[in-house]
Design a protein around this ligand. Structure first.
Ligand code: FES
Ligand code: FES
Length: 162
């Protein structure tokens, strides 16, 4: 049976977008397929890996298991929206400085979770970082450098370690 389409109003990286879509599609599908925001990745598709993480009203959510209808009217931030005035977000800079990526598949989700953490808690402990980032998995095992990147973004000076 075909699902009914309807117009859904989204606010993506500050821009209002009205699109006709089936309300039961996932936010990830709409971001990637309709809005061409392919920074968020399809990994497990089950809410377990964090590759599809975006921020919804500042909170990290797994867009692969979030219905697009649940995001209507909320502030959606994707990796494409972090840059401001042509400059990378400090967390993006920190990930580059700390060389905190290999294949890069997890990186957008890692960065967005880090942004949410640091907005909520600007000076997290290592335990805070591990706890908050628990849902983001890196198949390349880049965790030590990701930790360094988050510390660096928080104003520490431990970037670059491997
Ligand atoms: S693709 Fe969404 S959590 Fe893995
Ligand atoms: S850098 Fe490859 S999955 Fe994290």
């Amino acid at each position: 049976m075909l699902a009914m389409s309807r117009v859904i109003e989204l606010i993506v990286n500050g821009a209002h977008r009205a699109l006709e879509t089936e309300a039961n599609r996932t936010l990830l599908q709409v971001l990637r397929e309709d809005l061409d925001l392919t920074g968020c990745k399809y990994g497990c598709g089950e809410g377990r890996c964090g590759a599809c993480t975006v921020l919804l009203d500042g909170q990290p959510v797994r867009s692969c298991v979030t219905r697009v209808s649940a995001a209507a009217g909320k502030q959606i931030r994707t990796i494409e929206g972090l840059e401001q005035h042509g400059r990378l977000h400090p967390v993006q800079e920190a990930f580059l400085k700390a060389d905190a990526m290999q294949c890069g598949f997890c990186t957008a989700g890692m960065i967005l979770s880090s942004v949410a953490l640091l907005e909520e808690s600007p000076h997290p402990t290592d335990a805070d970082i591990v706890e908050f980032m628990r849902g983001n998995i890196c198949r390349c095992g880049t965790y030590a450098r990701i930790m360094n990147a988050v510390r660096l973004a928080a104003g520490e000076t431990k970037g670059g370690g491997r």
